[in-house]
Write a protein that binds this ligand. Sequence first.
Ligand code: SAM
Length: 194
Amino acid sequence: MAGNRDTMWSHASYELKKMLELIYETPRGHFLEIGAHMFNMSIALYLTSAKRGKVVTIDPKLKSPERLEIMKMYAGDRFTFLEGLSTDQPIIDKVHELAKDKLFDLILVDGNHTYEGIKTDTELYADLISPKGYIVWHDFFTIGENCESIHGRFQGVNTYINELRDKGIPVKDYLEETSCIAYIKGDEWISSQK
Ligand SMILES: C[S@@+](CC[C@H](N)C(=O)[O-])C[C@H]1O[C@@H](n2cnc3c(N)ncnc32)[C@H](O)[C@@H]1O
């Protein structure tokens, strides 16, 4: 997270709008978020999900037991919080099991923002994207006005995304003001991996 964040959503409003535009292009049936933080985005994902849509979100730390309790009451098994690192084997196994029934329409990579972290998360989970879905990497920055002061913090994300591009994988980005997301449509990701 960085930039002009709306405290309710933990994302700048223009960035949230772009993510919602992407999400609304998908069937909105199954979402995976790596990095739950306070469940702000997880709850937004739940609210935008289609009828019977499901959200799975991962974080090593349960930061808002109150919100999780509410979501359990409100959403039941449509909202799953997995407590642990995205790299923990039980978490990896669980997410892959959940994806067996239905691939993910959104994979939001927003956990460990180091180069190794984002690379590992992408390698572990990106292949669970549905052809009609989107993979979104949060906090990708293009060097530019307003970005340079915070660019260094997320250098790893930037380096990794550019590495994917160097391999010919058509990752797009959306930059406005201080923050930027990178994204790719599921079918493009799938064909780039063949
Ligand atoms: C930027 S915040 C996530 C914000 C959230 N996605 C949102 O939009 O509201 C990053 C979160 O990732 C978590 N995190 C760090 N490494 C992780 C990992 N390997 N697996 C899962 N979560 C991780 C941190 O504890 C932190 O809560």
